[in-house]
Ligand binder design. Structure first.
Ligand SMILES: *[C@@H]1O[C@H](CO)[C@@H](O)[C@H](O)[C@H]1NC(C)=O
Ligand SMILES: *[C@@H]1O[C@H](CO)[C@@H](O)[C@H](O)[C@H]1NC(C)=O
Ligand SMILES: *[C@@H]1O[C@H](CO)[C@@H](O)[C@H](O)[C@H]1NC(C)=O
Ligand SMILES: *[C@@H]1O[C@H](CO)[C@@H](O)[C@H](O)[C@H]1NC(C)=O
Length: 315
């Protein structure tokens, strides 16, 4: 994974660009994704540096394929928003009349990213194509904006890099973050030639919160739901499992009771000591602090803290 640093740098730059596509007033910034920027890295840089011949298949292709597959999700999300809404959808919420245009601009900007990422994959490797996606915003512009925050936060976590600001959440297992975006992919809808996404995949059970959850704010106790009937976690009777929470640079592990699962659902309490900003990420692991990839036994659960009221809608 020698190019991870370069890729992180590129993505960080691309993401910064999201946040700056169109000037917006400060109240919009509460809802539309804002990507933190390290003041030391404000200078324009070349986005990509040609470091190899494009017909030379390399390990980098796997990374670019992951990025491209993720980018299809992002582009499709904004494109769905462009089609679902118009400018009144947002002005009726009291948002500036530039908001819809901004969503359109982000969508168009993402289309540029698609082309860049396609160009990075060598000719001998498959360029992942788009799947069908299901974004649960249900024609509601507020939920759409919350989902955009969630998606951008995931990418922000995924690219957590030397350019991340101090309160970006650091999570050590990038492909598990990408796997969270699979919830938007209609099962079986991807072109058959697409590589597995993410690649490699641990095929961990997907986790979310139970229906009827009222809050995913810090301090809340939340019942988990493993959403794939055919892919449920298996908890060894004698083992101790932990809910491992990540927020900014903090990691908090809390022992879990799993002995009666699945008969008795698993509840977790989101650590109250975290500040109610950004996202809290949780995994279940068979070791305190989830010290290595194989210690994680279920996909991450993302608890969106801002806007707090929407956390349960986009979980
Ligand atoms: C936006 O869409 C709504 C509902 O479809 C429609 O009533 C309204 O006239 C549209 N507004 C604009 C500015 O196109
Ligand atoms: C958008 O809002 C600004 C100020 O809030 C106003 O000056 C402008 O005329 C509005 N534009 C449209 C197309 O409504
Ligand atoms: C768990 O998720 C599945 C799949 O989305 C859903 O059918 C089920 O109702 C959920 N259960 C609870 C308790 O939320
Ligand atoms: C788990 O949390 C749910 C929702 O907060 C609650 O109704 C249930 O009683 C809790 N179960 C246990 C065993 O604490």
């Amino acid at each position: 994974m020698k190019s991870t640093y370069l890729l992180s740098a590129c993505l960080a730059l691309l993401l910064m660009h999201h946040g700056r596509a169109v000037p917006v007033s400060s109240n919009t910034l509460d809802l539309l994704p804002t990507i933190r920027q390290d003041p030391a890295n404000t200078k324009p840089r070349p986005l990509m540096q040609a470091t190899r011949a494009k017909d030379d298949t390399s390990d980098d292709d796997v990374l670019w394929q992951n990025i491209l597959a993720a980018e299809w999700i992002i582009w499709s999300f904004y494109d769905a928003g462009v089609h679902a809404f118009n400018s009144s959808s947002f002005t009726e919420l009291g948002l500036p009349n530039t908001t819809y245009q901004r969503v359109t601009d982000i969508r168009d900007n993402e289309a540029g990213h698609l082309r860049i990422f396609q160009g990075e994959i060598s000719s001998g490797s498959v360029q992942p194509g788009p799947c069908e996606y299901n974004f649960p915003f249900d024609s509601d512009p507020t939920t759409f904006l919350a989902l955009s925050t969630l998606i951008e936060s995931l990418l922000d976590v995924w690219t957590a890099s030397p350019f991340s600001g101090p309160s970006d959440t650091v999570f050590p297992y990038p492909n598990e973050i990408l796997d969270v975006t699979n919830r938007f992919v209609v099962p079986g809808s991807c072109p058959p030639a697409n590589p597995v996404f993410p690649n490699p995949s641990q095929y961990l059970p997907k986790a979310g919160v139970a229906a009827g959850t009222e809050s995913v704010a810090v301090g809340a106790t939340v019942q988990l739901n493993f959403t794939e009937p055919d892919n449920q976690p298996r908890f060894a009777a004698a083992a101790q499992y932990y809910a491992v929470f990540y927020h900014a640079i903090e990691i908090v592990s809390l022992p879990l009771r799993t002995d009666n699962s699945p008969a008795e659902p698993i509840n977790v309490t989101i650590p109250l000591q975290f500040s109610p900003e950004g996202v809290v990420i949780m995994v279940i692991a068979d070791a305190e602090g989830a010290p290595h990839l194989d210690s994680v036994v279920a996909d991450p659960v993302i608890f969106l803290q801002q806007p707090a009221a929407l956390g349960t809608q986009v979980n």
